[in-house]
Design a protein around this ligand. Sequence first.
Ligand code: SF4
Ligand code: MG
Length: 315
Amino acid sequence: ELDMAEKTARMLGSSIAPQTVHAVDNVSFQISTGEVMGLVGESGCGKSTLGRMVAGLLTPSEGRILFRGKDVAEMTGAEARAAALDIQMVFQDPMSSLNPRLRVRDIIGEAPRVHGITTRRETAAYVEDILGQVGLDPAMGKRYPHQFSGGQRARVGIARALAVKPDFLVCDESVAALDVSIQAQVLNLFVKLRSEFDLTYLFISHDLGVVEHISDRIAVMYLGRLIELGDAQDLIARPNHPYTQALVSEIPTFETGKKTYSAIKGEIPSPLNPPRGCHFHPRCPHAHARCREEVPALKEVAPGRLSACHLNDAA
Ligand code: SF4
Ligand code: MG
């Protein structure tokens, strides 16, 4: 079980822009063992930052990330090393995250060997087995990353993460670079691996259609804030927040493969200078005076459903 129980998680900007960027602000949720939590939002909403914090690649300047009930920042020694293996990240672009000079079998086999999961002798057979699990011909291990198609490289990236026997995968735009038909194949692989390896996922995507395919619950972020969270099918059938409603209306229809229409007007404001009050008010068709002044609290609006919109107070 992973618990994002922080009050406020902030990330410092780079030295070029030394402002404090509230990339992720007041986000709090739990993911249960075996669950797939989808995390959706437009680029710049903070979902990648959140994913990197969960995966231990970024440290929140405030707030906590609990894994199996313990604050990961307070773990040391063997416990910290075990958590670092148990939580793995599957990146967006396997080409830039795979060393082009290494054979795929060495890319996949390195971490399990270094961490003592396999002996040097066992590693070759272990890697062949994992290649098979992700739907690749084990003989392909001797090839280099550039000799693989985009979909195959995505499978290599998944194999590399699986090789250290993780319990929890943070998947950040893991199918975004792929054609739609290949996306579906790789998503189906994630579904298969989840049950075969008892995995838990935080599945991050800008594409609600992708997240819908795989998630038990969905969290929606907008400009660093969690604005809605609930059961995946119910959230898509009955979105509460105007931003989620707009996202749902943009899910491509299967018949045409095209977006029906774009319901979200306007540009995403800069995360450096977000609008006052409800961050969504400049784009919201229901914005009213209160929205420009007061941040809407994330509240339970139905069993298991959280939403942050002042309209829920009106009735
Ligand atoms: Fe729209 Fe106001 Fe609700 Fe924000 S709080 S989503 S601006 S109605
Ligand atoms: Mg991103």
